[in-house]
Design a protein around this ligand. Structure first.
Ligand SMILES: Nc1ncnc2c1ncn2[C@@H]1O[C@H](COP(=O)(O)OP(=O)(O)OP(=O)(O)O)[C@@H](O)[C@H]1O
Length: 341
């Protein structure tokens, strides 16, 4: 019977588990099966099991035991330098305004909904948006006796941002080394709780500041956000090239603002063009994690200081965001373990 389940699991293929379940994730005890996943994709596993009648005959217990993946070459693995943080994933965009911060918060909330412990470092010096999206502008950070910053915790997500520390107009005059040092300090001098994933919302662009941060942070991996518009794609390409240059694996591309769906008639309009993200992903062999529509409800919820999942839990975009997040987590595990294996 055990072999049967393992065989069925190994046969399963889906958008989330492209290489199927590994046999050692399963513990089979009569009718009871415990599945322990090394990345945050619990609901994807549940959906797979629900789609396979033979698997539904068993009593499933799905757990997460997220692997601490090694940081890029030359940097200490998270295990030693940051024992509290298992995976640090940069979220980058070449062009500004493509929705990088909106994507960061949405992915963070989606990972947390899978049962992962998640944090966000808002490294966008010139336009820190975490306090707005968390709805806690004006909140003051507290410090430990040894002057470490304690992150804020909103909706179960830890976060830190220069927006809690300095006036945006003060940060606007920072350039080059001063700007990257400020973000580095924010990262290194925060006392993060135990996290499975820390998402780093990088400043938009691919200049010296972004390059320095990508080199100096012990990043596990990176994702790039773009719109399908040519000008954004050209910049996203520079983002992919930047991470390749510093040996940080790019585990996915998100095409945001892919289309607008009319809420009255359902017509889909590709305002910024179509297929741009898919073509870019294919060209650079980077997985496309999803195409997110331009959605009034997402903009409204972030302006109101809440993730869409909290303000509008039944919105269809939540499922798209969840799939992207799970695929990102699975890709990080799969690509990096394949690389070191
Ligand atoms: N899919 C979407 N649908 C509707 N509004 C969106 C979507 N994605 C982002 N937005 C909105 O677009 C605006 C810009 O998004 P955001 O601040 O996340 O971009 P960014 O790339 O982080 O910008 P920056 O250049 O400041 O780093 C915000 O008001 C955000 O709420």
């Amino acid at each position: 019977m055990a072999n049967d389940v393992q065989r069925i699991c190994a046969e399963l293929r889906s958008s989330i588990f492209s290489s199927g379940f590994a046999a050692d994730w399963l513990q089979i005890n009569g009718q009871k099966i415990t599945l322990t996943l090394p990345f945050a994709a619990k609901s994807g596993a549940e959906a797979l099991i629900a789609s396979e009648p033979r698997l539904q005959e068993y009593d499933w217990d799905i757990r997460l035991n997220i692997t601490a993946l090694p940081a890029k070459e030359g940097k200490a693995p998270q295990g030693s330098a940051f024992p509290n943080i298992k995976n640090i994933i940069a979220v980058a965009s070449g062009k500004g305004g493509v929705g990088k911060s909106a994507v960061t918060l949405s992915l963070a909330k989606a990972l947390q909904a899978e049962g992962a412990r998640v944090g966000i470092l808002d490294g966008d010096i010139y336009g820190p948006s975490l306090p707005t999206m968390f709805g806690n502008q004006g909140e003051q950070l507290t410090f430990t006796p040894n002057r470490k910053m304690l992150p804020v915790n909103v909706f179960g997500i830890e976060g830190n941002s220069l927006g809690y520390l300095v006036d945006a107009s003060a940060a606007a005059i920072w350039r080059g080394p001063m700007a990257s040092r400020a973000v580095e300090q924010l990262f290194f001098d925060t006392q993060w709780a135990k996290l499975d994933y820390l998402l780093v919302d990088l400043p938009p662009g691919t200049g010296d500041i972004q390059l320095t941060l990508s080199q100096n942070f012990p990043l596990t991996a990176a994702i790039v956000v773009t719109t399908p518009q040519n000008i954004a794609l050209a910049d996203a390409q520079k983002g992919i090239a930047m991470f390749q240059k510093v040996d940080v694996p790019v585990i996915g591309l998100i095409e945001n603002m892919s289309y607008f769906e009319c809420t009255s008639c359902g017509h889909q309009e590709a305002i910024f063009g179509s297929q741009g993200g898919s073509n870019l992903a294919a060209k650079h062999h980077v997985p496309l994690l999803g195409k997110w529509p331009l959605t009034t409800a997402l903009r409204e919820s972030l302006d109101a200081g809440k993730p869409l999942q909290v303000r509008n839990p039944n919105h269809l975009l939540n499922a798209i965001m969840s799939e992207s997040a799970q695929q990102m987590a699975a890709n990080a595990w799969e690509l990096i373990t394949a690389d070191i294996g």
